[in-house]
Design a protein around this ligand. Structure first.
Ligand code: TPP
Length: 319
């Protein structure tokens, strides 16, 4: 039953992203947006162990983390579409989706930006002493930044309740990881800082759930951890980028063949956890949830031009 809920959430993220891509092509999403499709098992598998009292900090590819942590699809879509009903009244857009009510502190346009923010959030958790924790999602590109080491060092030194989750999808824009990193990757670097790490197949939902469960347990006991999730980026770096310019047909086909949802669905059927009819019914249900989210977002106005700087700059003083 739990696995069915996990499958449903992965499907929700996939359908959400497919709809965002459609809306982007129709000119309804300002700028461009980085889609999370193909990586759903990671966000859902990790957030499965969190509550709204924990903190999640995300990347530029953040819609999936938001939905996995329990944000309302209509509000997330409204923000992506720049509408007033979004959490930041449409001023933040796709790269700043967030929902503080469920502990989702936000997506982030700065590569590696989730690392220091989550370190601060984890320090706050430790000082509060209430057993909550923080999670930093980041891509393999962030591993090449100095802030990765600074954050690992502080987490280790101060025994912070912080789980680092590297989503190694092989690419940073158009450069493969093999042309950017000389070492043995994020897990080996974490271990050098005294942080326990695990490698996991990020396209295998069950493996992610199990590995994340173990890690979350140790993190809540005050021992930071790192999960290095191997996955494959599905599309272009963002919704408007053609991939064929730098990826081979074979690489793109491999990515789609590794689909975590198809793989999980097959497993649920094989193990008798679900029937074809159940999965079909769930798929229809999720599709109507996305339709409702779109109606909600589209019924909300775009900000009026004269209000464009409202809520952007702080105008008062706290004291
Ligand atoms: C500090 C910083 N440097 C560079 C960029 C430009 N940039 C945006 S996304 C990206 C690649 C990120 O790759 P990765 O962290 O692996 O995440 P992925 O896009 O693969 O999910 C880069 C270099 C940025 N936004 N911030």
């Amino acid at each position: 039953m739990e696995y069915l809920q996990i499958y449903r959430k992965m499907l929700l993220i996939r359908r959400f992203e497919l709809r965002v891509a459609e809306l982007h092509r129709a000119g309804e999403v300002p700028g461009f947006t980085h889609l999370y499709w193909g990586q759903e098992a990671i966000a859902v598998g990790v957030c499965h162990w969190l509550s709204a009292d924990d903190y999640v900090v995300s990347t530029h590819r953040g819609h999936g983390h938001c939905l996995a942590q329990g944000a309302e699809p209509g509000r997330v879509l409204a923000e992506v579409m720049g509408r007033e009903a979004g959490d930041w009244r449409g001023r933040g857009g796709a790269m700043h989706v967030a929902d503080f009510s469920c502990g989702m502190l936000g997506a982030n346009g700065i590569v590696g930006g989730s690392l220091p923010i989550s370190t601060g959030a984890a320090l706050a958790c430790k000082l509060a002493g209430e057993g909550n924790m923080a999670v930093a999602f980041f891509g393999d590109g962030a591993v090449e930044e100095g802030v990765f080491h600074e954050s690992l060092n502080l987490a280790s030194l101060w025994s912070l309740p912080l789980l680092f989750v590297c989503e190694n999808n092989e690419w940073a824009i158009s450069v493969p990881v093999s042309k950017r990193q000389g070492g043995r990757g994020a897990a080996a670097l974490a271990e050098a800082h005294g942080i326990g790490a695990r490698e996991v197949d990020g396209n295998d939902a069950v493996a992610v759930v199990e590995a994340a469960g173990e890690m979350v347990e140790r993190v809540r006991r005050g021992r930071p951890g790192l999960l290095n999730c191997q996955t494959i980026r599905w599309g272009g770096h963002h919704s408007a980028q053609p991939t064929r310019a730098y990826r081979t047909e074979e690489d793109c086909a491999n990515a789609e063949a590794a689909c975590p949802i198809a793989r999980f669905g097959k497993r649920l059927l094989a193990e008798g956890e679900a029937t074809e009819q159940q999965l079909e019914a769930m798929s229809a249900e999720v599709e109507s949830e996305i339709d409702a989210a779109q109606r909600f977002a589209q019924s909300s106005p775009l900000p009026r031009a004269e209000t464009v700087t409202d809520y952007v700059y702080y105008e008062g003083r706290a004291d």
